[in-house]
Design a binder for this molecule. Structure first.
Ligand code: COA
Length: 258
């Protein structure tokens, strides 16, 4: 169905594997278009409860946007490219279903930006993160200057952005860029274990956690007000009635996503 992605669905977890290992899974326009389509699947298919994004092979998650497509582009084309990339990564960030990055090697440029647009990240021991765009006379264009500052703070982010230096997995863990560092072969199984736990919770409440946390970084919103409203909205759900009743009746809740 896809030319550049492998996808599978198991127990409600949709795994999207970017599959251009000979080009270190670089994001060309076809990958971006198909990634957008795969995210639409996450949004629309009721049987998908959450998703994992990873890269094929044992070397790279994604080594960046495909540099060969940048050659000869104009200022206007550069802006259009960034707009397209930013919009796709916003859809990942704003997905009502959790999307986790399993970073199994290089996450550079657009690869680091893709990982950062996910709700959280796990890294293999050989993972390396970086925004090397200044090597090309560029800066990140898919949200990297914003999300790197959000996730690791301005000083660390600007050092990475301006020097193009890569950080290893242990440093990424120390910076809070990733939640776990694991041997590569344990990466996806750990993500599945976490998502199995999340998938056992009330889906609408999980979606509202994402919406409310995203509001922290949205200047057009008052995050406390978003929290207040989404908290209130939970009272109108069948799952909240079920969850609270189940607790009081000392039984396991059975959530319907309603
Ligand atoms: N865009 C296009 N092609 C890329 C790519 C990218 N971002 N990253 C890697 N590739 C290609 C290489 O051109 C090479 O293709 P080839 O075999 O046809 O020559 C192939 O992937 C393997 O990469 P190679 O550079 O030979 O591997 P390496 O182990 O020597 O180096 C990296 C690995 C990640 C350090 C190096 O590939 C690199 O610096 N990539 C670019 C990273 C970058 O600047 N990303 C930001 C883009 S905005």
């Amino acid at each position: 169905m896809y030319q550049t992605l492998l996808t599978s669905l198991q127990n409600g977890i949709f795994t999207i594997t970017i599959n251009r290992p000979d080009k270190l899974n670089a994001l060309n326009q076809l990958v971006m278009q198909e990634l957008n389509q795969a995210i639409t699947e996450v949004y629309e298919h009721a049987e998908i409860r959450s998703a994992i994004i990873t890269g094929a092979g044992n070397k790279a998650f994604v080594a960046g946007a495909d540099i060969s497509e940048f050659v000869g582009a104009s200022v206007e084309e550069g802006k259009a490219l960034a707009k397209k990339g930013q919009d796709i990564f916003f859809r990942i960030e704003r997905s009502p279903k959790p999307i986790v990055a399993c970073v199994n090697g290089f996450a550079l440029g657009g690869g680091c930006e893709l990982a950062m647009s996910c709700h959280f990240r796990l890294a293999s021991e050989n993972a390396k993160f970086g925004q090397p765009e200044v090597n090309l006379g560029l800066i990140p264009g898919y949200g990297g200057t914003q999300r790197l500052v959000q996730l690791i703070g301005k000083g660390r982010a600007l050092e990475m952005l301006m020097s193009a230096s890569m950080i290893d997995a242990a440093t990424a863990l120390q910076y809070g860029l990733v939640n776990y560092v694991l041997p590569a072969e344990e990466l996806v199984s750990k993500a599945i274990a976490i998502l199995d736990t999340i998938n056992s919770k009330a889906p609408l409440a999980v979606a509202k956690c994402i919406e409310s946390a995203n509001a922290v970084f949205d200047e057009t919103k008052n995050g406390y007000l978003v929290e207040l409203n989404t908290f209130g909205d939970c009272f109108g759900t069948a799952d909240m009635k079920e969850g609270t009743s189940a607790f009081l009746e000392k039984r396991k809740a059975s959530f319907q996503g309603k």
